[in-house]
Design a protein around this ligand. Sequence first.
Ligand code: HEM
Length: 454
Amino acid sequence: MITPPAPIVPPLLPGGTGPLGHAPLLLADPVRLLAAALAVPGPAVAVRLPGPAYLLRDPRDLRHILADPVAFPRAGMVPQNRPVFGAGVMLREGAGHRAARALLLPAFHGEALAAMTRTIATRAEALAADWAARAARGDGRVALSRAMAELALTIAAEIFLGLDLAGDAPRLGRAVRQLQLLMFKRATAAELAPSGAATPEDAAYRAAIATMHETIAGAIARRRAAWPAGRSGGGADALDLLLAARDERGATLRPDRLRDELATLILAGHETTATALTWSLLLLADNAPARERLVAEARSAPAVDGPGLLRALPWAEACFLETLRLYPPVYVIQRRPRRDAVLPSGVAVGRGVGLLLAPYLAGRDPATFADATGFLPGRWLPDATPVPASTASFAPFGSGPHRCLGEGLARLEGALILAALARAVRIVPDEPARAVALVTLLPAGPVRATLHPA
Ligand code: HEM
């Protein structure tokens, strides 16, 4: 009889001896903590945050855990975020979750996707033209992080709500930005010092949610009112589709459910993309050959309308994916085992321990990616040898039933925006970026840069 190997007990990461364990380092300098974890061989490393947690990097473990939300639920995240995401897809499980995904999927395909592509291309070209004009005038100082956040939120508000953020919805922009910061602060406070006591920021949090809800409800009401009499919906864009959608029982969505789904799409769908875009611009500024190839591709891409455009920009998409490998915006995905388990890598996890599935570590593991620290977009091209890289190997979009609904949209958005900006300007950052962890892993500060003519 073959005796199975003894389960692996992950070694404790050095440091973290204070009362809050490794948490202060994770917040102050996540990349240093992640780099220290990467230096420890093996599929997992233990940390204290301050409760016991494992940072996991083996792609098999990531997929195994994410495939089974019953054995590995999302624990604290769900009640904590209920005021923001309500009954939306993000916080559902089981049959209700499957039904919600089925309901939202058409909003990411067919005519709705074509409408999104046009909006993204128009907004990207407008920013590129503005930047080109500024570069030509010698007035090219920009804050990359802010510019990408504004662009991604403008696009999300337009494609999901039909709203012009600059024109009729500036309050939505302010509320969403404030909400993101407060969600992070509250999650951190709950993790480090769970008290349940009211904080001075509670009122600001509630006000930001109320503003977001009001704006979304207003957009829904305006769209409904604009439908010709007798029309029961159509396939024009995501909002039209959701207004006409039927739930599990065949009924159209109640206004508050519709509002929650739209709030989820707005919140999940822009900061991640904006962060990835900022990192992409920084990495491309540092990698002349990759940038020159992007410029050449962007200039020769045929003027295709619709989703076919992405097929004309393989290098742009490869640059975006390579950025996600090195700087995945969702750098850890949290789960908690309901009972003791042994993962496919052999790591033993006890009931209730925090599991931090780390796309950041998986993406930089030399066991999976040759020249793991280099920026080599070519590994993503369909004809790459030995085989093209796969997002399944590091899960930047998650995996399993909760896998990102907007992956296709994000990849499209990333490629179109990188191509439009590369055609228009050359970006020179003031200084190398330092990563900080808020909700996503993002470069610290506004990331100032100067634009030069392309
Ligand atoms: C580069 C950009 C993006 C990244 C890195 C990203 C990453 C992720 C990850 C890791 C998850 C899974 C979280 C978990 O399992 O706990 C997720 C879920 C989700 N994402 Fe994205 N995302 C991106 C863009 C988008 C966009 C553009 C949308 C569009 C609306 C979107 C909508 C969602 C939704 C609705 C979910 C929840 C799915 C569910 O629970 O079934 N994401 N995303």
